[in-house]
Design a binder for this molecule. Sequence first.
Ligand code: ZN
Length: 390
Amino acid sequence: METLNNQGDGKDIVLKKEERKMFYCKSCLAPSARPRIVFNSEGVCNACLHAEYKRKNTDWKKRWNEVEKLCDKYRRKDGSFDVIVPGSGGKDSSYVAWKMKHELGMHPLCITVASQMPTEIGKRNLENFIKAGFDHIMVSPDPESYRKLAKVGLIEEGQPKEPFISGITTIVVEFSIKLNIPFLMYGEQGEAEYGGSGNFDKKYFMDRAETVTYYFSGCESDRAVGKMGISDHDVKWWRFPSQEVLDKSGVLMAYWSYFEDWNPYEHYLFAKKHCGFQTLPTRSIGTYTNFAQLDDDLQDLHVYLMFLKFGFGRATSDACIDVRRGALDRKQALALVRRYDGEYPEQLIGKFVEYFRITRKEFDDVLDKFANKDVLEKVNGIWKLKFEPY
Ligand SMILES: [Zn+2]
């Protein structure tokens, strides 16, 4: 794609050489650098196509019947727990847990895997969520094991939240097997909702191999044993049972976003009303929203590293969702992305360095190592996109 015509004025813009290294969905703003994203011949991404397909073809009533049937299959009449809803008291998991309990008549056990660097607002939201009437288990891995795994994730893959991201599967599955509650209801299937693998438009669950590929970036925590003094015991929470064991226990990892039109903003309003959900007084770093992923300071490093690796950040992710749900047009989204995307989390760097127990220089070297020099350049010591998103 060497020229572009998306400004509505009928004029083609000739793209500069560096701009051609990355292109954006013509409908939302999803960048070509997003892992596993695909575009049709008109330059529209699969998340937009999925959203359009859903709008036109999905019979949501039928899907609701499907989730009712699924719940009937697992429903327990003796009052014991019959579904696990993993979550941290954020807007999406609060929404799913509430629906499972109040509209589908299930008995959910909610499980939270502790954040690596918990925030005050995250703690408050979890407390409010539990008070709204939920049974809950908090799993807090040994902070030393957590930190060591996070450090390997940061240094080797630029993934400081790796142990949390894989833990919300492996830890929850462990409880599912031990407590004999095989039905798990997660929130959104990110590959279908946000652009990624196209395999998930038509099914409501993920198997083990898919989870490892799409959510664990293809690797498992066992690989960390022996590095930075990590022992077998350190990775105990992160051993993912084989598919055979999962099948034997009947574990089903289902995704709510198949059954209902996934709308994070509606979930925010819902959680505020029903579960005491609170937002930040100001916007989150690197974006214009204040209600998503608030429970871990490391989220700000996670999205900053996404910007360094792929050239798009948190504002792009948020704006794409808002364009697809019709709350922003592409031009408004573009203005927000140009303003906030890739913001350097200056105020948290000291905390990160302390958490990972590394020097500032070591930390900066990690950022430099992952910065994609094809599309980024350093300006006054901070990585910036070489061109404005278009
Ligand atoms: Zn798109």
